[in-house]
Design a protein around this ligand. Structure first.
Ligand code: AHG
Ligand code: MN
Ligand code: MN
Length: 351
C-alpha cells in the first residue's frame, strides 16, 4: 500500500513552499477539515436523527433554510471562531458578516463559506457540499470588517469544497495546484487521493438547468445549441449532466472536463445576475477552476477580476474548460447587448 498522506501531512508539506508561513494558515485548513468531518457525519445519518427537512427559518435570499444548512453553518462557526486564526467570517446563511467574539483573538485571515450547497437535494439523498474561500486580512483594526470578505476572487489565499457523495472528498488549492482528499470513514481521516487535479482538455458534459431555457438571453440559447451540434450536425454533441448541486456538477466537470452554467436570465429583473452568489460560490470555485487549468466568467469577463459590492451579490456563472467558457463569452458579446447593458449596470451598482 503506497504511503498514504493525511491532509495534515499534505498541508504541512505545502507549508514548506511558503518560507514565511506561520502555520496559522495550515491550522485553519485543518479546522475546516475537522468541520467537514462533523458535517459528513450529520449528513450521512440525517434521516435517522430527524435532521432532514426545513429549519422553519428564511435566509436573506428568501429561501427556507434546511436543518442541515443550519447545522453546517453553526459547526463551521463553532470550530473556526475561537482559534485566533480568523478576523471575520461570512456565510450564505447570515445577512451580515459574522464577527469574531471579543473574548477571542482576531486573526490574519477571513473565511467566506456556503455551509451546505445543494440544499434542495438533501431530502432525496443526492450529493451536497460545502464551499469555502480564505482571504488574507486587509482591514486595519484588530478584528476584520466587510472589506476583508469583499475582495476580488483573485486575492484568495485558498479555496476549496467538500463533497458529501458516495465518498466524502475535500478538494482545495492555495494557488499551487488542486488537491483532492478522500475521507476514510473508519479512521475519520482525509487521505490524499487526487494529487494535482487538472481539468481534461476535452469536455465530457455541460451542466445547466435546461428548464429555464425560455428565459435565457439569445446568445446563451445559441451557445447551448452549439454545444448540442444543432448548428452543424457534423460536429459531435456534448452530453449533459445536471444535478442541482453546484459542488457536485463542478467536481464532475473538473475531473471529467465540462462546463457548468447558471446564466443570468430575463424572467424578472432580479434574475438578470442569475442565482449563484459571487462571494462564497462563484469566487472560491473560480479560483479552483483557474488553478486546475480552467476558467470562469460572468459572460463578460473573468469572475476573479470582479470587485464584489455586497455580500450576497449574485453573478452569472460559466465555469469549466477554458475554451468552452470563452466561447460563451463570444456568443453573448455577439447576441446579448441588451442583457449585457442591464447586467453590467446591476453588477457595477450603476442602476
Ligand atoms: P444552495 O443550496 O447553497 O442554495 O445552492 C443551490 C444552488 C446550486 O447548488 C445549484 O447548482 C443551484 O442552486 C440549483 O438551482 P436550480 O434548482 O434553480 O437549478
Ligand atoms: Mn450554494
Ligand atoms: Mn447553501
Amino acid at each position: 500500500m503506497s504511503s498514504r498522506i493525511t491532509i495534515e501531512r499534505h498541508i504541512l508539506d505545502q507549508q514548506k513552499l511558503y518560507p514565511q508561513a506561520s502555520g496559522i494558515f495550515s491550522g485553519l485548513l485543518y479546522d475546516i477539515a475537522l468541520a467537514a468531518k462533523y458535517i459528513n457525519r450529520e449528513v450521512t445519518h440525517a434521516a435517522l436523527v430527524d435532521a432532514l427537512g426545513s429549519a422553519d427559518s428564511i435566509n436573506v435570499h428568501g429561501e427556507t433554510q434546511q436543518k442541515l444548512d443550519m447545522f453546517a453553518d453553526s459547526t463551521i462557526i463553532r470550530i473556526c471562531n475561537s482559534t485566533g486564526r480568523l478576523c471575520i467570517m461570512a456565510s450564505e446563511e447570515h445577512d451580515d458578516v459574522i464577527p469574531i467574539p471579543e473574548d477571542y483573538f482576531g486573526g490574519k485571515y477571513a473565511l467566506v463559506f456556503d455551509p451546505l450547497d445543494g440544499s434542495s437535494n438533501i431530502n432525496v439523498n443526492v450529493g451536497v457540499g460545502t464551499i469555502f474561500g480564505i482571504y488574507r486580512k486587509i482591514s486595519s483594526g484588530v478584528y476584520g470588517t466587510i472589506e476583508d470578505v469583499l475582495q476580488p476572487g483573485s486575492k484568495l489565499a485558498a479555496a476549496g469544497y467538500i463533497l458529501y457523495g458516495p465518498s466524502t472528498m475535500l478538494v482545495y488549492t492555495t494557488g499551487q495546484g488542486v488537491f483532492g482528499f478522500t475521507l476514510d470513514q473508519t479512521l475519520g481521516e482525509f487521505f490524499l487521493s487526487h494529487p494535482n487535479i487538472t481539468i481534461p482538455d476535452k469536455a465530457s458534459y455541460y451542466s445547466v438547468n435546461q428548464g429555464r431555457q425560455r428565459y435565457w438571453p439569445e446568445g446563451v440559447r445559441k451557445y447551448i445549441e452549439w454545444l448540442q451540434g444543432l448548428d452543424d450536425p457534423s460536429r459531435p454533441h456534448v452530453d449533459t449532466r445536471y444535478t442541482g448541486s453546484l459542488v457536485l456538477d463542478f467536481h464532475r466537470n473538473l475531473v471529467n472536463g465540462g462546463v457548468f452554467m447558471y446564466p443570468g436570465d430575463m424572467q424578472k429583473p432580479s434574475n438578470i445576475s442569475g442565482k449563484m452568489r459571487l462571494v462564497y460560490e462563484g469566487n472560491p470555485l473560480s479560483f479552483i477552476a483557474k488553478n486546475a487549468g480552467g476558467y470562469a466568467s460572468d459572460g463578460l469577463q473573468d469572475i476573479l477580476t470582479i470587485k464584489p459590492r455586497t455580500l450576497h451579490q449574485r453573478v452569472p456563472l460559466f465555469i469549466g474548460n477554458r475554451d468552452l467558457v470563452q466561447e460563451v463569452e463570444r456568443f453573448i458579446a455577439t447576441n446579448d447587448g441588451d442583457w449585457m447593458t442591464t447586467y453590467k449596470a446591476q453588477r457595477d451598482g450603476k442602476q
